[in-house]
Design a protein around this ligand. Structure first.
Ligand code: HAM
Length: 421
């Protein structure tokens, strides 16, 4: 038997209903804050990710799905969405549109990750980027949009972790300081951090290996040596969040695994999953578009891990989505079978969600199935009922059965549903 590749998943019903519902909430909330969808290719030139995500990052170093196409060009399945949005911005001269642009995307990303709970090699992100605004209000709006998205999904226990990564000009000074402090303890670090020591010592701050954590806890925070402008920026973002009651904590160890960030960075953590399985990450990247050959164009954005969100969805949201009232329409007799599809189509047009019995089950078999599949209502349409213009309908949850006029069925279901909620 051919099996799916390691780290990939088949998403099956009814879970796919949860995915659709989460995506609808994202579209509604991001759209309400002025966002529009952007769809970029799933594969791009390898160079795009090397230059944006950064050569020394784990993603570029060891996690990309890179392959030559038939003409020998190096392509990569996108490991994240921001680089493609930045490329599209430059290539389509979006600079000419009025700013800022709020662009969101929903789709699969690919990273060759080591297998762990909550980590997949194909996973989906829901991302939002605000391009063309450099003030702290844009960061705050982005975080408030994110907070609203989580609220509508029913979350009330998530933690927003925020940090200041300073400006790129602060980086050499900070890196030198880290190396100076770490010099004697280098041998205590894990193998990855030994490499990071030379290439990107910042990443040592958020290594999850206990020995590295122990060493990192004594290191100075970036904020301590960052420019006054960057400190003021992040403080202004935090002040806005405090004003609006968005709960957050300053986490001086938060550095993120992609190289394009400066100033504000943040992650969202769920107490259920812990800090190793982050639900969302993002931050400001004012130099990315210019670094890729475009104009000077600031940006700030985030991406939510959709697989992880669905995994920890609050029961209130899950139940509401999965318990949609569904009618099971069972025609019995020749005439009823002829007429059933037309009736079903009319009721669907009137807003009813239903399933027509097309496999010819008997009443007994149909009732058994209705029970197993958790339908809310079963309607049995016999030839006699049809002649009288009525249908026998049963509310399974309340064991109520009634004979309802065919034309009244949608209204009857709406009434039943309203009175049970
Ligand atoms: P990231 O932190 O690499 O940031 O990924 C964002 C989110 O994607 C993570 O918080 C996590 O929920 C999810 N994720 C990442 N890798 C996996 C995986 N292997 N399996 C399941 N979920 C995963 C970015 O990608 C940036 N582009 C975010 C951003 C947008 N920054 C600015 N704009």
């Amino acid at each position: 038997m051919i099996q799916r590749p390691r780290g990939t998943r088949d998403l099956l019903p009814p879970e796919t209903r949860l995915w659709q519902a989460v995506e609808r909430v994202a579209q509604d909330v991001f759209g309400a804050f002025g966002g529009d969808e952007i769809r970029t290719p799933i594969f791009e030139s390898t160079e795009l990710f090397v230059r944006s995500v950064g050569e020394s990052t784990d993603i570029v170093h060891k996690e990309m799905y890179t392959f030559p196409d038939r003409k020998g060009r190096s392509l990569t399945l996108r490991p994240e969405g921001t680089a493609g949005v930045a490329r599209a911005w430059i290539e389509n001269s979006l600079n000419d549109r009025s700013h800022p642009l709020r662009l969101y995307y929903i789709g699969p990303m690919f990273r060759y990750e080591r297998m762990q709970a909550g980590r997949y090699r194909q996973f989906a992100q829901i991302g939002l980027e605000i391009l063309g605004a450099n003030g702290p209000l844009a960061d705050a709006e982005l975080l408030v949009t994110l907070d609203e998205f989580f609220r509508r999904l029913g979350f009330d226990d998530l933690e927003f972790h925020i940090n200041n990564l300073g400006d790129p000009e602060d980086r050499p000074h900070y890196q030198a300081l880290l190396k100076q402090r770490l010099g004697l303890r280098r041998g205590e670090l894990c193998r990855d951090c030994q490499r990071r020591f030379d290439e990107n010592p910042l990443r040592i701050l958020d290594c999850k290996v206990p020995a590295c954590r122990e060493v990192a806890k004594d290191l100075p925070a970036v904020d301590e040596v960052a420019s006054e402008a960057s400190r003021g920026h992040v403080r202004a973002v935090e002040a806005q969040l405090a004003r609006l009651g968005v709960r957050f904590v300053r986490n001086p160890r938060l550095v993120r695994g992609l190289d394009y960030y400066l100033r504000t960075v943040f992650e969202v953590v769920s107490p259920q999953l812990g800090t190793n399985t982050v639900l969302c990450g993002g931050g400001r990247y004012d130099r990315l578009i210019a670094d890729l050959g475009g104009p000077a164009m600031p940006g700030v954005g985030f991406a939510v891990g959709e697989d992880r969100i669905v995994q920890v969805l609050p029961a209130s949201f899950r139940d509401a989505v999965l318990a949609l009232p569904r009618l099971y329409l069972v025609p019995l007799g020749e005439r009823a079978r002829d007429e059933a599809l037309g009736l079903a189509a009319g009721w669907v047009r009137a807003g009813v969600r239903l399933e027509l019995e097309v496999a010819g089950r008997s009443v007994k078999a149909a009732l058994k199935r209705a029970d197993r599949e958790a339908f809310s209502f079963v309607a049995i349409l016999g030839d006699d009922e049809l002649a009288a213009g009525v249908i026998a309908i049963r509310d399974l949850a309340r064991s109520v059965e009634e004979s309802v006029a065919l034309s009244e069925l949608p209204a009857w279901i709406t009434r039943q549903t309203a009175s049970s909620s």
